[in-house]
Design a protein around this ligand. Structure first.
Ligand SMILES: Nc1ncnc2c1ncn2[C@@H]1O[C@H](COP(=O)(O)OP(=O)(O)OP(=O)(O)O)[C@@H](O)[C@H]1O
Ligand SMILES: [Mg+2]
Length: 318
């Protein structure tokens, strides 16, 4: 492939309504057109990937067109499945004596902020980690900024949370031991404790995800924004946060750029935009910058997505 080497995992994020779904879908389509097997994943609770492509996409991976597949992850459903799977894993392993304590621990987990994100993340990891993962590139259409940042920074936060759960669990073990109601499992060493084992496996999984997310050769984050003051400042802040977590940012898409032929009515607005476009070039000049013009209508259906896909090609140019 010419130009910049593409990344295996590409995340599109930004404020609500800026065009993330359109850009993520179009970028995946571009990759598919270039002969790569591409999967586009929507994690936004309000899905619109299906609208963009004019085809139905759901909680299972479906083909959209040649070389392109899509899936819309249902956060609530995944959160339920996620908690149930942890619960089942643990309850199968332990005696009735500590079931209550585990349930309490899981309740805390379920109510802790980010449970839904954790579930989505688990799904990410499942797809990213598929050993025979058939995709050359996986494109994530993510929820608005705050939500996504939480999601991407989860591996760090969850690592700490799991450590906390292990601590709690060890305290519970200690208490039960003192009340002499412990059974065989309590006599085992820490390494043999199935709960600690399950928690450690989860932690390892998140660490695996973190390794991918912080590897500039396999992952990048693209921000979609409009050429306006607040979105520019918000994008800059978000980039700083991602940098703190060592997550590589690869580019920005400036969407809804008013074309010069828009006419007199738009002229003033276009001139203001011109200034913001310059500002964007200055602030983000070290990244790939793509400008997507405002089109006459919404971007819906394959034909329009193909038009946007061509423009997204600029993201991979040097
Ligand atoms: N350049 C453009 N010209 C015309 N319409 C556009 C353009 N970019 C996006 N749109 C339209 O604007 C709407 C919002 O775009 P999109 O769904 O991609 O945004 P989003 O950032 O994913 O929104 P949300 O935060 O709600 O998920 C869609 O109807 C889309 O077709
Ligand atoms: Mg969207």
């Amino acid at each position: 492939m010419k130009g910049k080497a593409f990344r295996k995992f590409v995340f599109f994020g930004g404020k609500g309504g800026t065009g993330k779904t359109t850009c993520a879908g179009a970028y995946a389509l571009k990759m598919a057109n270039e002969g790569y097997k591409a999967l586009v994943i929507s994690t936004d609770p309000a899905h619109s990937l299906a609208d963009a492509f004019g085809s139905s996409i759901g909680p299972d991976i479906v083909p959209i067109t040649h070389n392109l597949w899509g899936i819309e992850i249902d956060a609530e459903l995944e959160a339920k499945k996620y908690m149930k799977s942890i619960q089942d894993q643990m309850l199968n392993l332990v005696s009735a004596v500590i079931v209550e304590e585990i349930k309490r621990q899981l309740e805390i987990a379920y109510m802790s902020p980010g449970a839904e994100e954790a579930a989505i993340f688990d799904k990410f990891i499942e797809i990213m980690g598929l050993i025979d993962n058939p995709y050359d590139v996986i494109v994530f259409d993510t929820a608005p900024t705050g939500h996504t940042l939480r999601l991407l920074t989860l591996p760090e936060i969850l690592g700490a949370w799991i450590d906390h759960l292990i601590d709690r669990h060890m305290n519970a073990r200690q208490l039960m031991k003192m009340s002499a109601r412990y059974d065989k499992i309590m006599k085992k060493k820490l390494e043999d404790d199935p709960i600690v084992d399950v928690l450690m496996k989860r932690k390892n999984k998140f660490e695996f995800a973190r390794k991918i997310l912080t590897d500039g050769d396999s992952c990048e984050f693209i921000f979609v924004l409009n050429a306006e003051k607040m979105p520019i400042l918000e994008t800059e802040r978000a980039i700083t946060i991602l940098k703190t977590f060592s997550i590589p940012v690869g580019g920005v898409v400036v969407n809804r750029v008013i074309p010069s032929e828009a006419g007199a009515f738009f002229e003033k607005r276009r001139q203001t935009q011109e200034e913001y476009l310059e500002d964007i070039d200055k602030r983000f000049g070290y990244l790939s910058i793509v400008r997507l013009p405002m089109l006459e209508t919404d971007i819906q259906g394959m034909e329009q997505m193909e038009t946007v896909a061509k423009i997204m090609g600029d993201l991979d140019k040097e």
